[in-house]
Design a protein around this ligand. Structure first.
Ligand code: CUA
Length: 306
């Protein structure tokens, strides 16, 4: 049987799954029936007619089953693609949670600065957007109850969207072989009622939000030195940068999303903003993935970069 369905997306996947089971079952039944029927009818010694079929008839049969199969597969492709893409758009006003995978654990960073390892607490009914990266090899974030799975890659961000709609604790697995303890890279997603979630949240150590920590890093790592009111170094102004198109040296624009901001910090030579010299040093090895997550959280704030 399927695992319990605990997200708004899960029923769509299940319908597709059962449709595929039903169609495969029907075809197995048809083929088996024909197999048994023909084996009986044409077995040695029966008086069945054994000559060639008329060509016209064979042609019609060939065309019918080829065309029918073609359209059946097109229909299945369309359905599966529709289910897949239904989960792609970012929901309105999601909670954005950062996931950093490493051998062999899941590190979760909530926007208010709360941190968890191998556990993710969520309120029921609230759309969630996970922004995920890995600090070593490829992992895969898999919650069967939500019917979602997404690879988590070093050096870039991948996203996962879902809305949990059942209270409970659900398995979190790593679904990409990532070394010796891959099988132990598991955790639990705890979906709670709003009241229980509020109580849980209250009980966590209270600290600075991710954005506040990012702001401190922005100064400590020296970003502010060049990017804020600098008279000596000419660096792009980062005020309100998130989500805005940035003109590139060599033409074109890039939207300043999470990946763009991450690349600009870790691989600054990759996308140089038009009109600026490629002088920014890479922060690879200086800033950790957690630091980058915090810096991005800060840069997403309306007043950031001033
Ligand atoms: Cu991480 Cu398998």
């Amino acid at each position: 049987m399927l695992p319990i369905a605990a997200s708004t997306y899960a029923p769509r996947v299940d319908v597709l799954f059962w449709l595929l089971v039903a169609m495969s079952g029907a075809i197995v039944l048809l083929v088996t029936t024909l197999l048994v029927w023909f084996s009986t009818k044409y077995r040695r010694g029966t008086k069945a007619k054994r000559g060639m079929l008329p060509t016209r008839f064979t042609r019609e049969v060939e065309i019918t089953w080829t065309v029918a199969t073609f359209f059946t597969f097109l229909f299945l492709f369309w359905w599966a693609a529709a289910v897949q893409t239904a989960n792609a758009p970012i929901p309105k006003h999601p909670v954005e949670i950062h996931v950093i995978a490493k051998q062999w654990m899941w590190k979760i960073e909530h926007p208010n600065g709360q941190r968890e390892i191998d556990a993710l607490h969520l309120p029921i009914g609230v759309p969630v957007k996970l922004v995920m990266t890995s600090q070593d090899v490829i992992h895969s974030f898999f919650v069967p109850a939500f019917r979602v799975k997404q690879d988590v890659l070093p050096g870039r961000y991948t996203e996962l969207h879902f809305t949990p709609d059942k209270v409970g604790t659900f398995h979190l697995f790593c679904a990409e072989y990532c070394g010796t303890n891959h099988s132990q890279m598991t955790g639990g997603v705890v979906v709670m009622t709003p009241e229980a979630y509020a109580r849980w949240s209250e009980a966590q150590p209270q600290g600075d939000s991710l954005a506040q920590q990012g702001k401190a890093l922005f100064t400590r790592l020296g970003c502010a030195g060049c990017h804020v009111n600098s008279e000596t170094v000419h660096a792009p102004d980062l005020f309100g940068i998130y989500g805005k198109p940035q003109p590139m040296t060599g033409g074109g624009f890039k939207i300043a999303d999470e990946t763009y901001l991450r690349d600009s910090i870790m691989l600054p030579k990759q996308d140089v903003v038009a009109g600026y010299a490629p002088i920014m040093p890479s922060f690879q090895g200086v800033a950790s993935e957690e630091d980058v997550v915090k810096l991005i959280a800060y840069l997403k704030q309306p007043g950031a970069g001033r």
